[in-house]
Design a protein around this ligand. Sequence first.
Ligand SMILES: Cc1cc2nc3c(=O)[nH]c(=O)nc-3n(C[C@H](O)[C@H](O)[C@H](O)COP(=O)(O)OP(=O)(O)OC[C@H]3O[C@@H](n4cnc5c(N)ncnc54)[C@H](O)[C@@H]3O)c2cc1C
Length: 315
Amino acid sequence: MLNPDSKKWLTKLFGKNVKFNEPMFRHTSLRVGGPAWAFVTPESFEKLSELIRWSKEKGIYCMVIGGGTNLLVKDGGINGIVVVLKKCFDGIARTGGGKNSVIVTAMAGTRLQTLCSFALNSGLEGMNFALGIPGTVGGAIIMNAGTAYGSIAEAIDSIKVLLPTGQTRIILRQNLQFDYRKLSWDRKITDIDNWQPIILNGCFSLRPSDPQRLKKQAVEILKARKKRQPSGFPSAGCFFKNPAFGKTAGELIDLAGLKGKSIKGAKISSKHANFILNKGNASAADMLALMELVQEKVSKIFNIELESEITIVGE
Ligand SMILES: Cc1cc2nc3c(=O)[nH]c(=O)nc-3n(C[C@H](O)[C@H](O)[C@H](O)COP(=O)(O)OP(=O)(O)OC[C@H]3O[C@@H](n4cnc5c(N)ncnc54)[C@H](O)[C@@H]3O)c2cc1C
């Protein structure tokens, strides 16, 4: 629990932009999760930086989230401070480029779909792969969000991060290691151990292209997505990573006979078996129980260990 002095400090700095014991189900697309000690929406870079320095000094866990579309927060909540950047880090601009490329910088709290629309409306190729992926630019970079058409790894040019000292650092593409739904970099670059990275913005390298062709492609991509994915119930998108070879996670779950299977409020979609849905009254424990059931069955039948794609946090 935060002590009264910490609460006082946070209230003085953030006023109405800090909430205490804020239920995280309000901030995740799965709509499950217990309370965070504090939930902060800083309205300036200076205040964000001060918060990060203060929490590091006090040893209080601090976590930045985006749209919460890839997050499962456990029912016991988050023993720490959750920060969202949508108030102070929302915006997109052309910031450079050469003959065949344009650099577009998007702030971390900007919706990924706003960046896709910006690219589309500017006749720039390179972001159509992300059409329909919910969440923010910061979340997409950390998750190396992607589809069959591509991923953030192919579009990014550099990122700007905030260090716990309050300083910022730019990390170029060649120093970023993108894997399946994962970003990392050589920690020597930021020179800090045990540090939860905070992304402030991403620079994307896009290419001028035929606007009509891009728009036609966008319509097709969105149509195919709509056809494939379930709608109407809260989810976090695909729950498990696809194995490196062979059948997809969805195919394995389907073959294990688990399509439509429920545990209390959590249900495996009957349309796409890699989606676990919240039927309306699910707890995080229901979601995790169903996740474990899937992992056990798939392991037993196919000898394949499915790894969760979503980020699981909390107590
Ligand atoms: C219906 C649906 C469909 C989806 N389809 C896809 C898809 O096709 N492809 C795909 O890849 N994903 C998909 N997802 C998953 C999700 O949308 C993506 O992973 C997305 O990029 C997460 O962004 P977010 O802002 O919501 O991140 P969050 O869920 O808020 O956070 C995810 C992780 O990123 C960290 N994080 C977020 N912002 C920052 C920041 N600024 N600095 C540091 N860390 C940060 C968080 O701490 C957390 O660890 C889907 C989800 C849903 C609900």
